[in-house]
Ligand binder design. Structure first.
Ligand code: S3P
Length: 171
């Protein structure tokens, strides 16, 4: 797998990056790395704890370090956190070190998929919908400008999304 480019999944919370990433890696017999998961293992604490103790800025520093490390690997599938595109340095690492796939979803779908979530500090507030809409307005253009491929995930299951990605990256 050394000569194959990394496949890097970006997109908002609830787009299915971890689920699709795991399936995609299995389908293509590649290693899978989930940035949030690896940040938590390295820190020995979960994301809410990191936000509480270090603030969002502390989490973003850890995330930038992890993105730099993971994108230096070769031929792997990487799932990033929804805010990975916020920093310019991250966007550069992502776009220069792999094929970047934007998993698009709607705010309505995000609301459904994250309804009972307790592990995403940015969504633990009553005005979740307004927060998600504001994030969409800021981030959708960043996801689009960083991505090589845009794939909708809101109207179908993960298996169908994976088949679509495989078709588009292997042709
Ligand atoms: C975040 C998304 C989360 C996680 C953190 C911040 C964001 O990842 O990195 O809670 O800013 O959108 P997922 O997109 O995997 O939920």
């Amino acid at each position: 797998m050394q000569d194959l480019p990394n496949l890097i999944l970006i997109g908002p919370m609830g787009a299915g990056k971890s689920t699709i990433g795991r399936l995609l890696a299995a389908e293509l017999s590649r290693d899978f790395h989930d940035s949030d998961h690896e940040i938590q293992s390295r820190c020995g604490a979960d994301i809410p704890w990191i936000f509480d103790v270090e603030g969002e800025a502390g989490f973003r520093d850890r995330e930038a370090q992890m993105i730099d490390e993971l994108t230096r690997l070769q031929g792997v599938v990487i799932a990033t956190g929804g805010g990975a595109v916020l920093r310019k340095a991250n966007r550069r690492c992502l776009s220069e070190r792999g094929t970047v796939i934007y998993l698009f979803t709607t705010v309505e779908q995000q609301l459904r998929r994250t309804a009972k979530d307790r592990n995403r500090p940015l969504l633990q507030r009553p005005d979740r919908e307004a927060v998600l809409r504001e994030m969409f307005a800021l981030r959708d253009p960043l996801y689009r400008s960083t991505a090589d491929i845009v794939v909708r995930t809101d109207r179908r299951g993960p298996r169908s999304v994976v088949n679509d990605i495989v078709r588009r990256v292997t042709r």
